[in-house]
Each structure stands twice: as C-alpha cells, then as structure tokens.
Write a protein that binds this ligand. Structure first.
Ligand SMILES: NC(=O)c1ccc[n+]([C@@H]2O[C@H](COP(=O)([O-])OP(=O)(O)OC[C@H]3O[C@@H](n4cnc5c(N)ncnc54)[C@H](O)[C@@H]3O)[C@@H](O)[C@H]2O)c1
Length: 395
C-alpha cells in the first residue's frame, strides 16, 4: 500500500521512522504540511516522491491508498471527512476527537464510506502490552478487578496542546486517552464502561486546562480502570501499568527503569529518550523507542487488517468509546460526582452482573484465605455460608 502522511511534526516523524524502517512492504509515499518548506524537508528526509501544502491534493492523490493523520486534535475531524470522501483508508492518531461527538462523526464517516478507520493507539501495541494482554486473555490473572495506567511527563512540546480550544483539554484528553484504553483492554472491551469519578487541577502551568488528574472508570462487571495523568512530572516520561486479578498481578514499567541505566557527566550530550529532561547524571535510555512504544506492531496490525478485510485491534469505535469516557471524566471533574459514560452506539455486552465468585472450601464454608505465618504455622480463614461467622482453623 502507498501511504500519505498528514502533518510533519513530532508524531509524523515517529510514525515515518516506523513506516520506513525494517524493509516494510507498505511505502510512505506522500506528505502534506501547511508549510511547504517543511513538507519538502520531510519528503527529502524520508525519500518520498510527493509533497504538498494542500491536504486535499495529498488525500486525493491517485496513488495514495491509506492516509495517516498526524495533525493537532482540532483538525482530525475535517481530515477524516476528507479521507472518507476520497474513499481512502484512514489511520488517525490519538485522541480520535476532542469530544465523543467529534469522534462519533469520524466513526460514522468511515463506516458510511466503507473505508477502514484505524485508531493509532500505540500504547496498546507495545511488546510488553501485547504479551501481558495475551496472559490476561489466557486467564493467568483470573478475573481482572483493577487495571491502572499512568502517563506523566513535564508537558507537551507544541503550543496547540496548551490551547484548550485546539486540544480539547489538558492532560486528560492528551494522556488519559492512552491510559483509559490500556485499562479498558485489560478489563475487556466487551464490558461496558458505566461511570467515571475524576479529580483534575491546574497546579503548575498558566493554562485553562488541567495539568494533573486522576480518575476511576467503573465497568459494568464491577472492575475498575484507573488513570493517572500529569503534565507536571519531572524526570522524564513515566509510563507504568498495573493489572490486578483474582489469580495474579502484572506490573509494567514501559519507559524508565526498564533495565537500561546509563551514567554520563554530560559529555557528548545528545538525545536520551522522549521527554528525558537531562543528558547527564543517571539516565534511562530506551533501546528502540519506535518499537518499545508500539509503533511497529501497530502499523503491522493496521495494514494486515486492511489486507485481510478485518478490523484492526484498535478501531475508530474504540477511539469513540475512549472519548466518551473522557467526556464523563471532564463532567465529573466539574461536578465532583460520579458521571455516566454516554455511549449512544454501544456494541459490546449489556450484561450488568457484578462478577463475584467466592472460593468454596466445603459444603459449610467459603474459603477466605490460607496463610503461612513467619514461624511456620499454617492458618485457614473460613466463612460459614449460613451464619456468616468468620472462623480460623490451624492446619
Ligand atoms: N503517542 C502518540 O500516539 C502521540 C504522541 C504525540 C502526539 N500525538 C498526536 O499527534 C497529533 C499531532 O501531535 P504532534 O505531537 O505531532 O504535534 P506537532 O505540533 O509536533 O505537529 C503538528 C503538525 O501539524 C501541523 N499543523 C499545526 N497546525 C496546523 C493547522 N492549523 N493546519 C495544518 N497543519 C497544522 C504542524 O505544522 C505539524 O506538522 C495530535 O493529535 C497528538 O495528540 C500522538
């Protein structure tokens, strides 16, 4: 397939590094940038035959099969609509929309046009995520009770992120979109997100949007998704996930302290990793960021989905659900109360049964737990099914 890139900034270059790397079958062919000099530079850097400062010309270029959107959040809707009109498959970066209303229009546009809408949620494609999700799906953690994801860094690199009108919000819409989809994937995408409770504040930067937030997403089966986001964190990019299930636990550190520590006096300077604040002292470089951040696996899934006439793992529908959760988070941050997640077009399960399956010890008792104490004594804690009495038994 021949690919067009819309935008030539930060994420466009990360995506391009992935698309031109490792002798890929699909070829980056064209780029649009509103600044023709930047379009030309990008085309030169990645050896592309087509560049233009007209989005229309690039999207409608007869050789282009797939369009990748790497534009600021307020431009996603118009770009998706242009691709749908041109009958081109479209892969859009996160967040899909600034609101669920925008995201729904994008979903409707690709579905009406019969083109694929791939949601470029890279953190749901990292090698660690892929492996841990496979373990969760295989039952290694039992029933997932709680999935938590954290993304925190010192704040984004371009002016438009800090303008609430263009970005749609602050750290919640920018970083929370990743965390929400990570937790939702572990809990199960078929499980309906029901309500959100969120605290948000503007603590450090002179902006209208939030630069710090924490939220809980309640799912229909009783599981909780938690997101922690910040544009105030100092020291790099903190990307960590935790999953807690009835049979096990996963802790993932995605970016710092991954087993690659380096000390430098600062001689040589240079790039360490995304959002690293220093190139001296103890440093946490990332071996292959494009791979560790999931871009390679993500694009492979996207192009294989187009070829195979199937949905990719991350679709525009997923982007829409994430936006609906974000809308509820903003409503909750404002009201201070749990707020409903409004999804007009829910396609998952309508089961509202809160899952609970108590371990049975015998006919009379549930098993609460067994434990070996430091001096070797073994204890059983049991609950009588009829009287409710909790008893202890030595083993
Ligand atoms: N991990 C990720 O998935 C990830 C990381 C960073 C950014 N993003 C997303 O990528 C998108 C772009 O972010 P970025 O970091 O590349 O930003 P950026 O500012 O580095 O680049 C934005 C690009 O859009 C162009 N642009 C800006 N305003 C424009 C306008 N009015 N008309 C036409 N073009 C315009 C800029 O010239 C630039 O080429 C955002 O939606 C952001 O959320 C995703």
């Amino acid at each position: 397939m021949k690919i067009a890139m819309l935008g030539s900034g930060f994420i466009a270059r990360f995506y391009a590094d992935s698309l031109v790397g490792h002798r890929r079958l699909d070829k980056l062919h064209a780029v649009y940038s509103r600044d023709i000099k930047k379009a030309k530079q990008f085309a030169q850097d990645y050896n592309l035959p087509v560049y233009s400062d007209s989005m229309y010309d690039v999207v409608n270029h007869p050789e282009v099969d797939v369009v990748v959107i790497s534009l600021p959040n307020d431009l996603h809707l118009a770009a998706v609509q242009a691709c749908a009109k041109a009958g081109k498959h479209v892969l859009c970066t996160k967040p899909l929309g600034r609101t669920a209303h925008e995201a729904k229009q994008m979903l409707d546009a690709v579905e009406a046009a019969g083109v694929m809408g791939g949601y470029l949620e890279d953190l749901c494609y990292t090698p660690k995520f892929n492996k841990s999700l496979a373990s969760v799906k295989a039952g290694a953690l039992g029933r997932v009770l709680w999935a938590k994801s954290r993304e925190a860094h010192p704040g984004p690199h371009s002016n438009w992120f800090w303008d609430k009108e263009q970005s749609g919000g602050g750290a919640i819409v920018d970083l929370g979109c990743h965390c929400i989809e990570i937790a939702r994937s572990y809990i199960g995408k078929q499980v309906r997100p029901v309500e959100v409770m969120c605290w948000a504040a503007t603590q450090v930067h002179p902006i209208d949007a939030e630069d710090n937030a924490i939220g809980m997403v309640k799912y229909a089966n009783g599981a909780i998704g938690q997101f922690e986001v910040s544009w105030c964190f100092r020291g790099g990019m903190d990307l960590r996930d935790e999953v807690m299930g009835t049979e096990g636990t996963i802790w993932i550190n995605n970016f710092m302290r991954t087993g690659f520590d380096m000390f430098s006096t600062g001689k040589g300077g240079g790039y360490v990793a995304e959002k690293a604040e220093s190139s001296s002292g103890w440093l946490f470089p990332v071996g292959d960021e494009v791979n560790e951040l999931g871009y390679n696996h993500m694009f492979t899934d996207m192009f294989e989905a187009i070829d195979g006439h199937r949905e990719p793992t991350e679709t525009f529908y997923d982007g829409y659900v994430v936006n609906a959760i974000i809308d509820a988070a903003y409503a909750s941050a404002k009201s201070g109360a749990w707020e409903k997640v409004v999804i007009d077009d829910w396609r998952g399960s309508n089961d509202t049964q809160i899952a609970s399956d108590f371990a049975v010890y015998n006919e009379q008792y549930y098993l609460i737990k067994e434990e070996i104490l430091p001096h070797g004594q073994k204890k059983l804690l049991l609950k009588d099914k009829t009287t409710g009495e909790v008893v202890v038994r030595d083993m």
